[in-house]
Design a protein around this ligand. Structure first.
Ligand SMILES: Cc1ncc(COP(=O)(O)O)c(C=O)c1O
Length: 376
């Protein structure tokens, strides 16, 4: 019988819904205690000194780029395989996003490709821990130190990702996390920026709230404040934060399930001659479980059959960002500039790995996939 297996499904408990309702009924919808609590929990979970809630991960990356002082005339290196948000965050500041090619197996930015893109205008690097697989941070830190570059981590996939026993997001001036509904935890839209640098978190705190110098609770008289910079309104509401608190409280269990699911996929697909994927590691958050379909089998043919059979799958990311119309027209890139990112985009499939998929459903996904591969 045909099964329906969703690619992802937000996992929200009744207690979390009640917590959101309580905040809404309290009348205190922004600047509340749940934002603070979520920030504390994030520090505990990631080991960072500071954390601040934001309206989404893109806003967190944008504010981090501003805190780094990126601006017109500067170049910042980002991976060619990522969500467009990584590059947009750089370009919002007037700096140029310079794309580096990625590993054909993990989709992560390659150190040797970064080196090829360094110029006297390079000011920073924003690596992405693709699908939760940790980037080679020793390599990144070496380049940053040698060339005096600022490091910002795009941690949209990296809640639970570790590199040498240190949580992702702790290696540079900041790490920005996403709580979009498909992510490991959700607040609808939302995110958190972590940092170990007081000046950076202070800058982000002020600039996520218009550049105002004081929070409401710091003011002697309500309504009396000064504005110190051209800030934005990039805050998270307190009812979103209440949802985030419940989600993060349960995340250890969710992460363990994702990792167990990743491990099972690795076991069931090992030695299959038609697919490739990075070997299992406990350092991976398994935001996604990605496989690469080896040519001459055509990825889209397998993808379409999986969808047709009721299995939720996706592609992260079909078109490398420099080849999206906006960046292609702006900088004149062609496919051959990013051969690895192009082949990754053509071969990759993301399989359902979320915390609520059962072992039986994973076995069913793999069995169905193998049957389609054998047919080709
Ligand atoms: C790698 C990466 N960076 C940034 C973002 C942007 O996150 P948000 O939607 O929270 O702004 C995403 C979103 O999926 C992403 O995948």
């Amino acid at each position: 019988m045909k099964k329906s297996i969703p690619f992802s499904a937000p996992d929200i408990t009744q207690a979390e819904i009640e917590a959101v309702n309580e905040v809404i009924q309290s009348g205190w919808l922004a600047h509340g205690k749940f934002s603070k609590r979520l920030e504390e929990l994030f520090c505990e979970f990631t080991g960072a000194k500071y954390a601040t809630t934001v309206s989404n991960c893109t806003a967190g990356l944008h504010l981090s780029c501003l805190a780094a002082g990126f601006g017109p005339g500067d170049e910042v290196i980002v991976p060619a395989q990522t969500h467009t948000a990584t590059a947009h965050a750089v370009e919002y500041t007037g700096a140029k996003a310079v794309f580096a090619d990625v590993c054909t197996l993990t989709g992560n930015i390659l150190i040797e490709e970064i080196e090829k893109k360094l110029t006297s205008a390079t000011k920073g690097i924003i690596p992405v821990h693709m699908a939760g697989y940790p980037v080679d941070m020793d390599g990144i830190l070496r380049i940053c130190e040698k060339n005096n570059l600022t490091l910002i981590e795009d941690c949209a996939h990296a809640l639970g990702t570790q590199y040498k026993s240190r949580h992702a997001g702790n290696f540079g001036i900041s790490g920005s996390f996403s709580f979009y509904p498909t992510k490991q935890i959700t607040t609808g839209e939302g995110g958190v920026v972590i940092s170990n640098n007081e000046l950076v978190i202070d800058f982000i705190n002020k600039h996520k709230a218009f550049g105002i110098n004081t929070t409401p609770e710091m003011r002697k008289r309500p309504g009396v404040y000064d504005v110190h910079g051209l800030g934005y309104n990039f805050r998270m509401t307190d009812f979103q934060a209440a949802l985030g608190v419940g989600q993060l409280d349960r995340y250890n269990n969710n992460l363990a399930n994702r990792q167990a699911n990743g491990k099972l996929y690795c076991e069931l697909l090992s030695n299959n001659k038609y697919v490739e994927f990075p070997r299992y590691t406990d350092d991976n958050s398994y935001f996604l479980f990605q496989i690469l379909i080896k040519p001459p089998i055509v990825r889209d043919s397998i993808l379409d059959k999986l969808i047709e059979s009721g299995i939720g799958v996706s592609i992260h990311y079909a078109t490398p960002v420099p080849l999206m119309s906006y960046y292609r027209k702006k900088y004149g890139y062609v496919q051959s500039d990013f051969p690895n990112a192009v082949s990754y985009g053509n071969q990759v499939i993301s399989l359902p790995v979320h915390s609520n998929i059962s072992d039986n459903d994973i076995r069913y996904v793999v069995q169905t996939l193998k049957a389609f591969l054998d047919e080709e």
